[in-house]
Design a protein around this ligand. Structure first.
Ligand SMILES: Nc1nc2c(ncn2[C@@H]2O[C@H](COP(=O)(O)OP(=O)(O)O)[C@@H](O)[C@H]2O)c(=O)[nH]1
Ligand SMILES: [Mg+2]
Length: 194
């Protein structure tokens, strides 16, 4: 398990031309707006304010690149737009994501899902897309502190059954510090495979 004490925000990209060079290793983090992506980044890196968190969902249309260590990056994707946004936004989201998927340095995808909602059609749509790009997917059932112990257990089992071999899945809470080591272990393994 490694924490990344020197993790830093690199920059935001609104277009593929602004992406960093396709070298090293990257892990992308996706999820519906408000799912808890930024909070997950902060918790996983043990940096309280690395990624901004917001009570206002769906404000960003940018990819935020973070450097964890030399040549190792996390990419915070904008909350889903393709299912909900107007067509122009949906298209620009899809273009950015397609461009990201073309990168050899992309090693895996973390999918953050609000445990109070569980896997929704938009999440499964993203999973379909990820399968097309043949990268491993790991699902964080976030805000697990909001569920009773038994509810959490049932959700995890249901999610495992739904995802089957398509993705691994775990309970996660940025607030309560649940599942940090498991999430870090997955990220570390992907970043090491560079
Ligand atoms: N109870 C609880 N709330 C959380 C947790 N993680 C995030 N949130 C809240 O969910 C909202 C959205 O979080 P944020 O990280 O900004 O989501 P993002 O839009 O996916 O980046 C914020 O109000 C957070 O405080 C968690 O582990 N537990
Ligand atoms: Mg965010």
């Amino acid at each position: 398990m490694s924490v990344y004490p020197s993790a830093q925000f690199l920059f935001s990209a609104a277009a593929a031309a602004q992406f960093p060079a396709d070298r090293g290793a990257e892990v992308a983090i996706a999820g519906r707006s408000n799912a808890g992506k930024s909070s997950a980044i902060n918790a996983i890196t043990a940096r309280n304010a690395l990624a901004r968190t917001s009570k206002m969902p769906g404000r960003t249309r940018l990819l935020n690149f973070f450097q964890l260590a030399d040549g190792k990056r996390l990419v915070d994707l904008p909350g889903y737009g393709f299912a909900e946004g107007p067509p122009p936004e949906r298209d620009s989201w899809a273009r950015l994501i397609e461009a990201l998927a073309q990168r050899a340095c992309l090693k895996g995808l973390l999918l953050v899902v609000d445990a109070r909602r569980g896997l929704l059609p938009a999440d499964l749509q993203l999973l379909d897309w990820a399968e097309g790009m043949t990268r491993p997917v790991h699902v964080l059932l976030s805000k697990a502190d909001q569920l009773k112990r038994n509810e959490a257990r049932v959700l995890l089992a249901q999610s495992q059954a739904t995802l089957a071999a398509r993705a691994s899945v775990q309970l996660f809470s940025a607030r309560a510090g649940v599942g940090l080591d498991e999430a870090r272990g997955t990220i570390d393994a992907w970043l090491k495979s560079a």
